[in-house]
Design a protein around this ligand. Structure first.
Ligand code: NAD
Length: 493
């Protein structure tokens, strides 16, 4: 990847420039400098891809399920052959440390492709009993049509795998638009799909700004479902543009981590550090705020300050570096604004709290103490390497902090008291609660998503849950009696 690298779109089985010929710079966030040019798609390019996906629908729907699964498995095999190159791209394009986070994501990127291929074969319909003795009722799954997939930049190799293979194996065709800062990673996946021989039009890649390309995909009458991972703010816009189309939204979080007085802060500090600092805090399941029992606050704060020192940041190609930059200037400014807001409202910076003095969009691993209920850090997703701690004197006070934020994706509680663990786990308003560990646990066959009463999303991703979203349930009723036998009694007959 030199400065002259060029990243193109993939439509109807071929690579292409934007209809307008426009491009934008691909930026290396660790240097804050360009490393290539990306084709800047517009509504016209989105339309071309939508047409291609609709043209491919009929033929793809007739390819047998077993064969569609073979294609997905082939993509997985080819991805595995390109792991090293993919890790290089993740390091360049996202600043992910090459020997840690980038390698980890590249190693795992093929997994959901295999899981989709395995699970689709066992995704059965049902026969249903009916009160009417002359009826036999069957349900089975059919494709929805053209799926619009919109993916974020934070795990740009892994997250497309949560949509694309599941849509494909169920017989849908796809138009995919990744976040503009993740185009190079997207092109690498598209190369693997092409090499696997997936027929033209089945998966199409359109690059460009979300509010043009993404909006066209969402609002078009010729797309039939939307799968989107991103921020609650974007989902709000999409929901208003998609009409009655089914939407799967996987959105942001601000995971509370609640630490009760019966645990040892030294034992749990590494788990909490990982929850807050991994991927420079740019994970939807990051530990966004920590509530600790009063008597443990000092020890936990000190332990996290020590922990923060292990998160060495800097040149992501350096084998000693474990934390990369924020994705873009806007993101790093948001982290700085959240920290400044907390400090203005009375919080103290225990460590970090600055942008380091080197190029790129870095922010130091930061531990904040005594943030207040109304601070942005308690109410909104920060999406940066910040571990904000505040203490509670009783459970009611802890609940007040937890409930001051209406994001609800992943929470964690640390306690040895089983009764308390159950009570809190059941009542916390998050899609997932982890007891006694970090917040990032998830595997691709498991359900994941936000609870309906908050801004963290709608629906569940993962394994059969994604297969379900990618399918319509068809119901067929067979009458096995004479046609008139089942008619209800009517007056006068
Ligand atoms: P984003 O909302 O800016 O963008 C997400 C996707 O939507 C991108 O593909 C973007 O191009 C597209 N988009 C933007 N505006 C659009 C519009 N008006 N119409 C249609 N599409 C549009 O999010 P981001 O900054 O790329 O990602 C970070 C966010 O993603 C964070 O909030 C994070 O928590 C969330 N996230 C959630 C999960 C999860 O599984 N719940 C996983 C990863 C990231």
């Amino acid at each position: 990847m030199g400065d002259s690298a060029e990243y193109l779109m993939y439509v109807d089985g071929g690579w292409r420039r934007a209809v307008s010929g426009a491009t934008y710079d691909a930026i290396d966030p660790a240097r804050g400098a360009p490393f290539g040019k990306v084709a800047r798609g517009s509504r016209d390019d989105a339309q071309l891809a939508i047409h291609a996906a609709n043209r491919a629908r009929d033929t793809w729907g007739k390819v047998s399920l077993w064969e569609r699964c073979d294609y997905a498995r082939r993509v997985a095999d080819i991805r595995d052959q390109h792991k090293e190159e993919l890790a290089d791209i993740l390091c360049t394009e996202l600043g992910k440390p090459r020997h840690g986070e980038a390698k980890m994501e590249a190693d795992e990127a093929s997994q959901p492709w295999r899981i989709a291929a395995e699970q689709a074969k066992y995704f059965e319909g049902h026969t249903k009993p009916a009160a009417d003795p002359s009826k036999r009722v069957l349900t089975f799954w059919r494709p929805r049509g053209v799926v619009a997939a919109l993916t974020p930049w934070n795990f740009p190799a892994a997250i497309p795998g949560e949509y694309l293979p599941f849509a494909m194996v169920m017989g849908n065709t796809v138009v995919w638009s990744p976040a503009p800062t993740a185009a190079a990673t997207a092109c690498k996946l598209m190369e693997c799909i092409h090499e696997a021989g997936v027929p033209a039009g089945v998966v199409n890649l359109v690059l460009g700004p979300g509010n043009e390309v993404g909006d066209e995909l969402v609002a078009s009458r010729d797309t039939h479902a939307v799968g989107m991972t991103g921020s609650p703010q974007t989902a709000q816009v999409i929901a208003s543009r998609a009409g009655v189309k089914p939407c799967l939204f996987e959105l942001g979080g601000n995971g509370p981590i609640i630490v009760f007085p019966d645990v040892d802060p030294a034992e749990i500090a590494a788990s909490i550090g990982f929850a807050c600092f991994f991927a420079a805090g740019q994970v939807c399941s990051s530990g966004g705020r920590i509530l600790v029992a009063e008597r443990l606050q000092r020890d936990l704060t000190d332990a996290l300050v020590e922990e923060s020192k292990r998160w060495i940041h800097g040149d992501p190609w350096d084998p000693n570096v474990v934390m990369g930059p924020q994705n873009n200037l806007q993101s790093v400014n948001k982290v700085a604004a959240h920290v400044a807001d907390a400090v203005t409202k009375g919080a103290r910076i225990a460590v970090g709290g600055h942008r380091p003095d080197h190029p790129g969009f870095f922010y130091e691993p930061t531990v904040l103490e005594n943030y207040t209920l109304d601070s942005l850090i308690n109410r909104e997703e920060t999406f940066g390497p910040v571990a904000p701690i505040t203490s509670f004197s009783n459970e009611d006070e802890a609940w007040r902090y937890v409930n001051a934020c209406d994001l609800g994706l992943v929470s964690a509680i640390f306690t040895r008291d089983v009764e308390r663990a159950w009570r809190w786990a059941e009542q916390l308003n998050t899609g997932m609660t982890i007891v006694n560990d970090w917040t990032h646990f998830w595997e691709h066959h498991l359900p994941f998503g936000g609870l309906a009463s908050n801004r963290s999303g709608i629906g569940r991703i993962g394994g059969r849950h994604t297969l379900e979203f990618m399918s319509d349930l068809k119901i067929i009723v067979f009458n096995v009696g004479r046609p008139s036998e089942g008619l209800p009694p009517m007056a006068g007959r």
